[in-house]
Design a protein around this ligand. Structure first.
Ligand code: FRU
Length: 481
């Protein structure tokens, strides 16, 4: 396609803006059979600037149509991150089933003047399915009480009490608010000042219920920048109980939704029933503005359905590609019961020769191994398992263009959480990104990389030797138009 020739690192089935700068996913909502993705967007440049909400729509979260910019900066400031809901009961009085966006107004003049109240929460509504928007005349709906970082409202309907609940990032903690009508908000409680990772500011939270063994468990996602497990920005989470006012965690240890360096500010779609679908920004504030792409900057992760799993009496969040992802699968080749000593070449054995692919290793012995993506320039990306440390890793230190930021070329690690004897894992690669979903999504790592020419060669290396019950290689489809 056109993009491929001119833009060697353009993802082919991950959402990326046609051009210019993008960061967080915003206002993700499912409405009348259409998934809406809004996103932090600066249409004038490939670096961050006055924020708008870009917009795209899709029937399957994989094939996206670009839409005109939805929200523009105004006299109250830039349009920072936030969420969208469908106001089915018309609680706000904007109209039945209005789409309502709840976002942060960031006033750059207030920031320049060194005020401490320049971020406020505002709303806007659309009566034509997200095409055109009207900002509420009574904005802001939550005035800043004097907290410099006061942003990224995620709103949900709390059925039991017929009210809206807002989860807001307030510097080093989360503040919960509630409202009958999206306009009048009351502070309910705070969470997290003394819990979790605090190596940076808390941002882009999300709160939602999932079910584990028939019981409702609430999950609180909190993005943090910097202070991630492998440097820069990352997303931690807690599981616990929420009664409409207060979040009570079950466990106090810090857990990470994704241990890679490139899944940030991820939140879930509104209005998807029992499905909890997350997309994250596939970059990291540590280098997002200097990655070697020219016409556009960054992409979103694939949509992932979240679920809970119990391991050693602890509850963990797990991710898997949404079922719609199956549409991306083109053709598969596989091999069974393979004893790998030193190296197994998927390119020659399984015809693996694309830079868009999925590889599943099922039931591989938990010994040291790595999956090597490489090109004819001697560049390579390693994805593997280290038995002594019981860790997965992605090593991009020789992955091509790495000199744009000193911390980029690194090996990233993640704990193996599963206690299964053997390992099963899935790798999803798309030109310049890899998503590792190990042990049914219990350990996840997402990393981006920039090879000089695409990685179209794959092999598995194991000096110590591993036995694999089944390897499946599947070429994936491009959705870029
Ligand atoms: C997270 C973030 C948000 C903010 C937005 C600004 O990446 O810093 O906290 O609303 O980006 O673009």
């Amino acid at each position: 396609s056109q993009h491929k020739v001119a833009e060697p690192h353009r993802p082919q089935f991950h959402f990326s803006p046609k051009e210019k700068w993008m960061n967080d996913p915003n206002g993700m909502v499912y409405h009348k059979g259409v998934y809406h993705l809004f996103y932090q967007y600066y249409p004038e440049s490939t670096v961050w600037g006055p924020m708008h909400w870009g917009h795209a729509t899709s029937k399957d979260m994989l094939q996206w149509e670009h839409q005109p910019v939805a929200l523009y900066p105004d006299s109250l400031g830039y349009i920072f991150s936030g969420s969208a809901v469908i106001d089915v009961n018309n609680t706000a009085g904007f109209g039945k089933a209005a789409m309502v966006a709840i976002f942060t107004h960031h006033n750059p003049k207030g920031e320049e003047a060194k005020r401490n109240d320049f971020q406020n929460q505002s709303i806007a509504y659309s009566l034509d399915d997200g095409k055109t928007w009207t900002k509420y005349a009574g904005n802001p709906v939550i005035k800043n009480p004097g907290i410099v970082d006061f942003r990224d409202p995620k709103v949900m309907w709390f059925e039991k009490e017929n009210k809206w609940v807002m989860t807001l990032a307030t510097k080093d903690r989360i503040t919960f608010y509630s409202s009958p009508d999206l306009k009048n908000w009351r502070k309910e409680s705070e969470f997290g000042e003394t819990l979790g990772a605090h190596g940076g500011v808390w941002e882009c939270p999300d709160l939602f219920p999932l079910t584990l063994n028939g019981k409702k468990v609430w999950v609180l996602l909190i993005s943090i920048n910097p202070g991630g497990p492998n440097g820069g920005s990352a997303t931690q989470y807690f599981t616990g109980d929420f009664d409409g006012k207060t979040f009570t965690p079950f466990e106090t240890e810090t857990k990470w939704m994704d241990y890679g360096t490139d899944n940030y500010a991820g939140v879930t779609f509104s209005n998807t029933g029992n499905r909890r679908i997350l997309m994250g920004w596939m970059s990291n504030w540590q280098y997002a503005q200097v990655v070697p792409t020219k016409n556009w900057r960054s992409a979103m992760t694939i949509p992932r359905e979240l679920n809970l799993k119990e391991v050693n009496k602890k509850i963990f969040l797990a991710s898997k590609p949404v079922k719609e992802f199956d549409k991306m699968l083109v053709k598969s080749t596989s091999a069974s019961n393979i004893n790998i000593k030193n190296s197994y070449n998927l390119t020659s054995k399984l015809g693996a020769a694309s830079s868009l692919f999925q590889v599943c290793l099922n039931d591989i012995t938990a010994n040291d191994f790595s999956i090597v993506l490489s090109n004819n320039k001697g560049e390579e990306l390693l994805i593997g398992y280290d038995k002594a440390a019981n860790q997965y890793f992605i090593d991009r230190s020789k992955s091509g263009i790495i000199d744009f930021e000193p911390g980029f070329a690194k090996k990233h690690v993640a704990p193996r959480i599963s206690t299964n004897k053997n390992i099963s894992l899935k790798i999803i690669a798309d030109v310049s990104s890899v998503e590792l979903l190990a042990d049914d999504g219990l350990t996840v790592m997402t990393d981006v990389f920039f090879p000089a020419v695409p990685f179209t060669s794959i092999s598995i290396r194991s000096v110590k030797g591993v036995l694999v019950k089944n390897i499946q290689y599947t070429q994936l489809r491009s959705t870029v138009k």
